[in-house]
Design a protein around this ligand. Structure first.
Ligand SMILES: [Zn+2]
Length: 348
């Protein structure tokens, strides 16, 4: 019997029973055949790849940010034009990252959701304590990026109707996952990829954690194999807040790095067109230069923002599979030009 999903996670159990059952689980795993003990797919997965039409996969990364692994992960995602959803423990992100660093993650097109302030098991709290825990986390994220999150994920997947209702009262949708590679068990990468190949469907939500080397290796292998087969990686729709542009712009003061986002990418003939917005408090009336890089060529100026901070940028990009990378010129004191991520072109 394959061990899959959240039910295998010992953290979900009641405190008093955790240690005993953990010991039992460890004992059980030690007598299972290697294939069962080490891999989420249990070695019995049928490879359905040939029968599946490519769709969208949502990668999600919980419990960050990590000072080294999270920036490396962002680089890996950019390399494939992939977008993901992050669920940091808010006490950690508030203490480890400043507004510029957090906005950088959003600039690249990723989303941030509420994962409680201290990684609390919400199912063990009274409703009012759950409200306090989630509200403190939303408030902490709003302090960093100017808007409250529109989605939350319950630590350990421990949610029920009450927790979901509490989140809804705070303006958030509850999001879970449909595939859990359990990288906390250090499974071989090949087994993880086989498991995900077996589980994948259009809209699959993959649970990962941006605080391990193994996660980076899994992500790189997954992106490499699945994007070649036509699968796309996007942030969870429930985690894209409406009206976030105004909030994000409001966090900026002169001297801060620009913020922005590419919102659509499409192809017309040999040209790739991107639109989105960008704002720099050092140039509040617009006129920011947008720079693109396609096919590994030298970056080219490809547009400027208008008075509403919108831009439409065009670049010649004969390679279909190559992500187009975008930067916004920093109009303020000389620091780097922030990335607006790398984007895969969707065929017309
Ligand atoms: Zn977590």
């Amino acid at each position: 019997m394959p061990v899959t999903g959240s039910t295998a996670r010992p953290e979900r159990l009641h405190t008093g029973r955790r240690l005993t059952i953990l010991v039992l689980l460890v004992g059980l795993l030690s007598v299972l055949p290697a294939g069962l003990a080490s891999g989420p797919a249990g070695g019995s997965a049928v490879d359905l790849a040939g029968d599946q039409r490519p769709g969208v996969i949502h990668l999600t990364f919980d419990d960050g940010p990590h000072w080294m692994f999270t920036p490396m992960l962002l680089g890996i995602l950019d390399g494939y034009g992939a977008r993901a959803s992050f669920f940091p423990t808010v006490e950690s992100i508030v203490s480890r990252w400043d507004g510029d660093t957090t906005q950088d993650l959003l600039n690249r097109g990723h989303t941030i959701g509420n994962h409680t302030w201290r990684h609390a098991d919400l199912s063990q709290l009274t409703p009012w304590d759950a409200v306090a825990e989630l509200d403190r986390a939303s408030h902490g994220l709003a302090d960093l990026v100017g808007h409250r999150p529109s989605c939350f994920r319950a630590p350990y997947g421990a949610a029920g109707d009450v927790v979901e209702a509490v989140g809804a009262r705070l303006g958030m949708s509850l999001v879970g996952w449909t595939a859990d590679p359990q990288e906390w068990r250090d499974p071989p990468i090949g087994e993880v990829i086989s498991y995900l190949r077996h589980k994948r469907t259009d809209g699959m939500v993959v649970l990962l954690h941006d605080r391990k080397w193994l996660t980076l290796q899994i992500t790189r292998t997954l992106l490499d194999e699945f994007t070649r087969e036509g699968w796309r990686f996007e942030a969870l729709p429930a985690c894209r807040p409406t009206g976030s542009q105004e909030g994000r712009v409001a966090t900026r003061t002169p001297g801060d790095l620009p913020v922005g986002q590419v919102q659509r990418v499409w192809r017309i003939g040999d040209e790739v067109v991107l639109d989105g917005w960008a704002f720099d408090a050092d140039m509040p009336d617009g006129g920011l230069t947008i720079v693109l890089n396609a096919d590994g060529r030298a970056p080219v100026r490809a547009g400027t923002t208008d008075a509403d901070h919108r831009f439409v940028a065009v670049v010649e990009a004969p390679m279909v599979d190559q992500p187009v990378c975008v930067w916004v010129s920093n109009a303020g004191r000389r620091r780097h030009d922030p990335s607006l991520g790398c984007h895969t072109v969707i065929a017309p």
